[in-house]
Design a protein around this ligand. Structure first.
Ligand SMILES: [Zn+2]
Length: 481
């Protein structure tokens, strides 16, 4: 039979074999790197917890703390162990999360009034066009359209505190009210909590959960010399309220216990949010992402209770995806990833096209579905004011100071300063190896050059710029003097 002859020809057998291998390869790719389709009526909740460092969560190995809710999301979903924020401060970092753009691309590098150019498309806009009802509920007055004009684009509702900030319970109240009216429709919610930010003053019982002594007892003497900005120390400044809770405190353990108390309180409020989803029958068809805009230096590198610098305590953030409908195999991913990857990942899970070539992050879906090496090598971050740039590889971290950076009155980094840390052997970044490993420093310099040149296409001619006028809110928050 001609067809048998055809198949028996040596070149034809070869062709059939190749075709078969290609088919098997595609099947194995599908089975390795795909997840079931996300429900067509499924929802998305993006939770950003301000000032939450990864290593103060149970699921990231911190044994002192109780964070059962976030831990449950992690063990039932996908946890990224090495996730990095794009900036050490709130507004630039959140814009990166909500646009998939690095700070160098969206242009807002300070916590100040700013305007997002019309050409930059936000996650809210993409999902609204795709038919979602959309809401943003924030807990700090700087995260509102009054301060970042353009941030409201794509959100049907935008709820933020009328005062400076609010606790997670009040934030939940706004969100639950909106949810009750809108949950029968497919929705996207961005919920921002602020509690772990200074001042650390959790409500009871969280205030005493990790500390039962008297922190002002004269027998304690572990409180370091605190290097707060001038405005914080000035009793006449509105920012002074940030540190009044520390008056007379002599035991530094108390500070850590109050930070941890804020985290446990926030965890319990995320628990209330999940209960709400259960009650409304939404839990099985909702994708929940938990992450942070940056961490917090408690006393690392002599930086106290602030998020200055690009060291691990400040720039390494939690990143957890939980979606029982599609992420059925819990995983811990070790690859180095970053918060600009969040928007492309959400859109990939939802199977919704992104805004052209705007997004500079990459979908994490192959890693979430079991892929081990998809070629990603580095995470990049920039310091407030673009005064420092960081590159993190699987093992190393390189920080270059581009402009003199006053981290505190007693800690100033000079322009041109280079820091290289071997995080495998020195996770606390104590030994600067830049003078010893010149070849590696050159490689990181080359990577910075490559990265800077990488994002020109598809970006607005005039990226967002912070306005020069200081803002009363920002002063009161201690963000500007
Ligand atoms: Zn923040």
């Amino acid at each position: 039979m001609p067809s048998v002859k055809f198949l028996r020809a040596p070149w034809a057998e070869h062709w059939v074999l190749l075709l078969g291998l290609a088919f098997l390869a595609s099947m194995s790719t599908l089975s390795c790197y795909r997840i079931p389709p996300f429900p067509k009526d499924g929802n998305v909740i993006l939770v950003t917890v301000d000032t939450l460092r990864a290593d103060h969560l149970g699921c990231y190995g911190y044994e002192t703390i109780r964070t059962p809710v976030i831990d449950r999301l992690a063990t039932g979903g996908v946890l990224f162990r090495q996730a990095y924020a794009q900036s050490n401060i709130t507004i630039p970092s959140h814009i990166s999360i909500l646009t998939g753009l690095y700070v160098k691309d969206h242009g807002v590098s300070e916590n100040a009034r700013s305007r997002l150019p019309r050409e930059i498309v936000t996650l809210g806009e993409v999902l609204k066009v795709a038919g979602f009802r959309t809401v943003a509920v924030t807990s700090n007055s700087i995260l509102r359209p009054h301060i970042i004009s353009g941030l409201e684009r794509g959100f049907d509702g935008f709820y933020s505190p009328s005062k400076l900030e609010r606790g997670a319970e009040a934030t939940n109240r706004d969100f639950f009210r909106w949810l009750k009216k809108n949950h029968r429709h497919r929705f996207f919610a961005w919920v921002h909590y602020f509690d772990p930010h200074m001042p650390y003053m959790p409500p009871q019982p969280y205030r005493e959960l990790y500390y039962r002594d008297d922190p002002r007892d004269p027998r304690f003497a572990s409180m370091p010399d605190l290097d707060f900005p001038r405005a914080w120390r000035d009793p006449k400044s509105p920012a002074h309220r940030l540190i009044t809770w520390l008056d007379g405190v002599r035991d530094f353990r108390y500070v850590v216990s109050q930070y941890d108390g804020e985290i446990s309180y926030t965890d319990s409020m995320i628990g209330k949010l999940l209960e709400q989803l259960e009650t409304l029958g939404l839990a099985q068809k909702t994708l929940v992402i938990v992450t942070a805009d940056h961490g917090e230096s408690l006393d690392e590198h002599g930086i106290h209770m602030r998020h200055a610098g690009l060291y691990e305590a400040v720039i390494r953030i939690p990143l957890i995806f939980w979606a029982p409908a599609v992420l059925r195999r819990p995983r811990v991913v070790d690859a180095v990833v970053k918060s600009v990857d969040i928007m492309p990942t959400i859109l990939d899970i939802l199977d919704i096209p992104g805004p052209g070539d705007q997004m500079k992050g990459r979908t994490l879906l192959p890693l979430m579905a079991g892929g081990t090496d998809d070629g990603r090598r580095f995470a990049h971050a920039e310091h407030m004011g673009r005064s420092q740039v960081m590159v993190r590889s699987a093992r190393w971290k390189y920080i270059k100071t581009l402009k003199q950076t006053r981290i505190s009155d007693s800690f100033v980094l000079d322009e041109g300063q280079r820091e290289l840390y071997d995080l495998l052997n020195d996770p606390e970044e104590t030994v600067n190896l830049s003078a010893k490993h010149l070849g590696r420093v050159r490689e990181f310099e080359d990577e910075i050059t490559r990265w800077r040149a990488s994002s020109q296409a598809g970006l607005p001619q005039q990226p967002a710029q912070p306005a020069a006028t200081p803002d009363d809110y920002l002063k009161a928050l201690g963000y500007v003097e």
